[in-house]
Design a binder for this molecule. Structure first.
Ligand SMILES: O=P(O)(O)OC[C@H](O)CO
Length: 444
């Protein structure tokens, strides 16, 4: 989560001082490329299809082995351990929160080195994404599975409740209003369908703050200098957590906890008629739901918030340290395959992730999907509607993954103890401080 016009205050290595920055013209021997990623289920199948296609076209030259390493946190943790052991994969998918760490770690060949060497045309790549992954004027990683968060609805449930599925709720007050109509309780008092249910997921805290135009961390969201403090105990988030609590207390929302898998299951099983998730869940939702799935913009906290959303998902980093130049070249060739218009059409249509190469939207798979399911256009429209600002760029901080965990802990504590939302979030913020300080001391 970085933008060049925001200065890249977090700093880090430049394109020229990262190991392996010399990119070969071509390959003169066959190479194996180990690719660590976090895509499973529907998305994993689509990715495997793209890997197989590349391998078939490059037989005897480059062979990519993709391995699912677990969720984003787990993959990054494995990568940190691999750095210590000098045994990193050639190519790694790292989520938005790992961006600053990846830059600071100095293990990767900056994407810019490949672009410059091969005069690779980035013209078709989504501008907002290029901007997002550019720091100090250099593209640092390649966008691939990028997203914005959406409000998902069960269109059948909306129709049964007399609600218009083409107009999903836009803010917290409207979600509550809709949930009152959607919640169904049986004669014996059991809730058969909750109006709403979503995970206590720190990504949503980051997104609610962006939509309300408040920064997540200090020093211009970490872009004017290193972020030294998280700000997620902002009154806007206090309001979200209090609202969440009241939705559960009033029987309108199912209490889910921090598992996004549980939240997805609550939605696809019909237990919750509205949820919050990434556009990258759209393909899976369509596959797993027996009802018609609808999608709208991620909600505002209150109707007068300006809106905007932070780009989510992950990007691809090519490790240079400890790898031969042939492997680096092979990794780059595979990345180019993933970024073609043809691959992006398949990827977007299969998963719901943005087509990072915007020509992918014109591909046959993407066109067919768009005709059948207009929901596939919502994330791109939301991105286009988001003004680039320090808030929609997101916080740049080396311990962002710890910050997300702390925010979730504070939010969950407010839901499960007698602590007020403000007290729980403030305590969580304070518990994070030592990690921020230690990280900043370690990178100077
Ligand atoms: O579910 P994804 O891949 O869209 O990622 C969402 C968040 O950006 C992860 O930090």
């Amino acid at each position: 989560c970085s933008t060049d016009d925001n200065g890249g205050g977090g700093g880090g290595a430049s394109a020229s001082d990262v190991p392996g920055a010399e990119v070969l013209d071509d390959l003169d021997q066959a190479v194996e490329v180990e690719f660590w990623h976090s895509m499973d289920s529907t998305n994993g199948q689509v990715l495997n299809g793209l890997i197989d296609e590349f391998n078939a076209a490059n037989e005897g030259r480059v062979r990519v082995t993709g391995t699912f390493q677990g969720d984003y946190d787990t993959t990054l943790a494995q990568h940190r351990a691999a750095i210590q052991q000098g045994d990193t994969a050639n190519l790694i998918m790292v989520y938005d929160l790992g961006t600053q760490f990846m830059i600071d770690s100095g293990q990767t060949v900056p994407a810019q080195a490949f672009v410059d060497k091969d005069e690779y045309d980035t013209g078709a790549l989504e501008d907002a994404l290029l901007n997002y992954f550019t720091v100090d004027g250099d593209l640092r990683s390649f966008p691939f599975n990028n997203s914005t968060p959406l409000m998902y609805i069960n269109r059948d449930a909306f129709e049964e409740a007399g609600l218009d599925p083409d107009n999903p709720p836009k803010d917290l007050a409207e979600i509550r209003e809709f949930a009152e109509a959607l919640t169904i309780t049986s004669d014996d008092g059991q809730v058969e369908q909750y109006g709403f249910g979503a995970a206590v997921y720190g990504w949503f805290v980051e997104q609610f703050m962006a939509r309300a135009a408040v920064p997540y961390c200090d020093n211009g969201n970490g872009r004017e200098g290193r972020a030294a403090e998280a700000l997620f105990n902002d009154p806007k988030i206090v309001e979200v957590v209090e609202w969440w609590q009241s939705m559960i207390d009033d029987g309108l929302a199912v209490q889910i906890g921090r598992s996004t898998d549980d939240a997805q299951a609550a939605f696809t099983s019909g237990r919750a008629a509205m949820t919050l998730e990434s556009t990258g869940s759209l393909g899976g939702f369509l596959e797993q739901s027996e009802f018609e799935v609808g999608a709208g913009y991620f909600p505002l906290v209150s109707s007068d918030d300006p809106g905007g959303s932070i780009i989510g998902g992950a990007s691809l980093w090519i490790n240079g340290e400890g790898h031969s130049q042939e492997e680096v070249r092979g990794s780059w060739e595979f990345v180019q395959h993933l970024l073609t218009a043809e691959s992006q059409s398949v990827w977007h249509a299969g998963t719901g992730y943005l087509a990072v190469n915007t020509e992918g939207y014109d591909g046959p798979e993407a066109q067919e999907r768009a005709t059948e399911f207009p929901q596939f256009a919502v994330a791109a429209a939301q991105l286009a509607d988001s003004e680039t600002s320090v808030n929609t760029a997101g916080c740049m901080m080396g311990v962002m993954s710890d910050a997300r965990v702390a925010a979730e802990e504070g939010w969950e504590a407010a839901l499960t103890t007698n602590d007020s939302a403000e007290a729980a979030l403030t305590r969580a913020k304070e518990s994070l401080q030592r990690k921020i300080d230690e990280y900043n001391d370690s990178v100077g």
